[in-house]
Design a protein around this ligand. Structure first.
Ligand SMILES: *Cc1c(COP(=O)(O)O)cnc(C)c1O
Length: 223
């Protein structure tokens, strides 16, 4: 097996204090997750509802699962009983549905708003203006079962480190703007989820508080 424990230790040692690690376990088998678990890792990220459902049933109950992929509104009801955080909220409609399903289970679900900053034409994420508009309109303030904990984004998939750094900085500046305007009194709004295997050292030097790392810990994914 891949040296999951050694890789996890090395990643942890490379992270500054206060930066949280979400181990991205999608497409990796339960044994790999258990190896990381045995090293003390408790937060894992998955991007497919069915795969996640199987893992939730098979693996220890004190794992906190983050949903990191694009989440269809009709899938929210399946993950609402147990999901700790939905990282990629990219519409008001999705936020409403999470609130509604969390209420049915008498829970509060933590969420991040996903920004679309990368230059490539990925489909998902709010533009900065869409995010501003959604927060200004204020409906989210009436939702008692979601806790908006910060922002999430992916940088462009490029070797151009200057561009990657610029995108993380844009996200970081935007976080400061939104924090001051809407969440100045809300200590829960503090997470900046950016940085993956290829770019997390750049991310942590541009304000990241939460990195999402898969390949560097678990090796290449087998699809
Ligand atoms: C798969 C994935 C990751 C992890 O990517 P690695 O390159 O394997 O570290 C992080 N964030 C999101 C949203 C992902 O889908």
């Amino acid at each position: 097996m891949y040296d999951v424990k050694g890789n996890l230790r090395r990643v942890r040692e490379s992270l500054p204090e206060g930066v949280k690690l979400v181990a991205i376990s999608k497409y990796h088998p339960d044994e790999y997750i258990m190896a990381a678990y045995d090293e003390g890792q408790r937060v894992f990220g998955e991007s497919h509802e069915q795969e996640l459902r199987h893992k939730v049933e098979a693996l220890p109950k004190d794992i906190r699962w983050h949903f990191i992929g694009h989440l269809q509104t009709n899938k929210v009801k399946y993950i609402a009983p147990y999901i700790d955080m939905v990282e990629a909220v990219d519409s008001l409609k999705l936020l409403r549905e999470i609130d509604k399903q969390a209420r049915r289970h008498a829970r509060t679900i933590k969420v991040l708003l996903e920004l679309h900053i990368a230059e490539e034409a990925t489909k998902y994420g709010l533009t900065l203006d869409e995010c501003r508009q959604m927060l200004d309109e204020g409906e989210w303030r009436t939702m008692e079962h979601v806790q908006i904990c910060g922002l999430m984004m992916m940088a462009s998939n490029t070797d151009d480190e200057v561009q990657i750094a610029r995108e993380f900085q844009t996200a970081s500046d935007f976080f400061d703007e939104v924090k001051a305007r809407h969440f100045a009194d809300d200590d829960n709004f503090r997470e900046r989820s950016w940085g993956m295997s290829n770019d997390y050292p750049i991310a942590v030097s541009h304000g990241s508080t939460m990195v999402r790392i898969g390949t560097t810990i678990f090796g290449p994914r087998v699809y």
